[in-house]
Write a protein that binds this ligand. Sequence first.
Ligand SMILES: *[C@@H]1O[C@H](CO)[C@@H](O)[C@H](O)[C@H]1NC(C)=O
Length: 211
Amino acid sequence: MNAAQLLSSIFYAVVLMGSLVSSYPTGAPAGACTSLNPDSHGPSTAKGPSPYEITFSPTTYQPGQNIKVTLSGAQFKGFLIVGRKAEDTSMTNVGFFQTPTTPAAQLQCTTGKEGNGVTHTNNTVKSSITLDWKAPSSAVGDIVFHFTTVRGGAPSVKVNPSDYYMDQKSSPLKSASDEVLRFEKEVDDINVLETSEEEDEEIVYTVPSYK
Ligand SMILES: *[C@@H]1O[C@H](CO)[C@@H](O)[C@H](O)[C@H]1NC(C)=O
């Protein structure tokens, strides 16, 4: 190999490395809002079950309620999270993430979609992140959060943008209104069994917060 060839291979190696580590350091692009696919990272090379999970508080929602949504489980660099109806078949995001109070996250998926999403702002290593998500203004049944996470930090210190888990689903965030409706139905059944003479007495069984 002569000097020119050597320089040329170094040049290509540097360009290749640059493209591998660049990926989406400043957040997932809007194009990933439907598929949650971090295309430019290439096919996933992640091994084993995902260490990442999404938890939320409270564990049921009322229409319009703010829910704290936390992504954690292992260190990560990049992420994209959206909310969807559990029974969704149209890949439509629902609910709205509020403007994050942490500098590590920013809104995404804000155009042409019913709901938005959140993604990272840069590729510093994070171990968990908590975001506020506002439920749709009417109950839409159970919600599931879909998320893609790109690993960063331990156990590997090497930069590896293809070490990602795509379109994982959280456990369902249940609609509290549905629960109240189910409970009221059970209360009705009890009332029927008791065969109260006075219709008005049924009011004592009604859940006070439900109209
Ligand atoms: C990168 O994100 C961290 C939070 O993870 C934040 O503290 C820091 O300011 C950000 N850096 C830049 C250059 O935006």
